[in-house]
Design a protein around this ligand. Structure first.
Ligand code: COA
Length: 159
């Protein structure tokens, strides 16, 4: 029988930093949105893989809101943490900030991704339960449940 001990959100939470270089810019000298999505996807994959202890794949990316542009030489900080787990799926919230020279951070993006744990046959595989420790964790979980229900309805409508 597989060991699926509950895990805390902090056990898998992760932060990553990128420096915006010339190769990351679009034709308007701003950070290319697709590059940011790639960084966000990698970070969410790390968070989900840590929680699941298995390989994971991205099922969907949504609520990807670009509030502000990033430019060359900006430090981009991304923080990812689990907001919800189902039987085999996990929702990760990734907040992205620009950090200035004084260390002050301004948020530029929020994204929610759903990742699914896979077994050795690349089929969805169960993940450990999530321990919710704070009132914020519980509010985030309930909001994630509503998003997951909306995604389920969207899938039914699309196929
Ligand atoms: C994601 C994938 C593994 C799901 O497989 P599936 O056969 O549809 O699996 P199921 O219907 O049993 O769903 C498994 C879980 O994923 C969730 N899920 C599946 N598609 C989803 C979507 N589009 N959005 C949110 N959750 C989704 C289900 O709700 C379910 O969650 P639960 O186990 O926590 O209840 C499969 O669709 C896949 O491999 N897609 C390609 C992923 C990929 O290649 N990503 C890289 C980007 S190119």
């Amino acid at each position: 029988m597989e060991n699926l001990q509950p895990k805390k959100i902090e056990d898998s939470a992760a932060e990553t930093i990128q420096l915006v270089l010339a190769e990351h810019l679009n034709g308007y000298d701003r950070l290319f949105g697709g590059q940011l999505v790639a960084w966000i996807d990698i970070l969410a994959g790390v968070v989900a893989r840590r929680h699941a202890g298995k390989n994971v794949t991205t099922a969907c990316i949504d609520n990807l809101r670009f509030r502000k542009a990033a430019h060359a030489n900006d430090i981009v900080v991304m923080r990812g943490r689990l907001t919800h787990v189902g039987r085999t799926s996990m929702e990760v919230r990734v907040d992205t900030y620009i950090e200035d020279i004084t260390g002050l951070r301004e948020q530029i993006n929020t994204a929610y991704l759903v990742l699914v744990a896979l077994d050795e046959n690349e089929q969805p595989s169960p993940v450990p339960p999530l321990i919710l420790e704070t009132e914020e964790d519980k509010i985030a979980w309930e909001a994630a449940e509503r998003r997951q229900e909306l995604r389920r309805q969207r899938r039914i409508e699309q196929f």
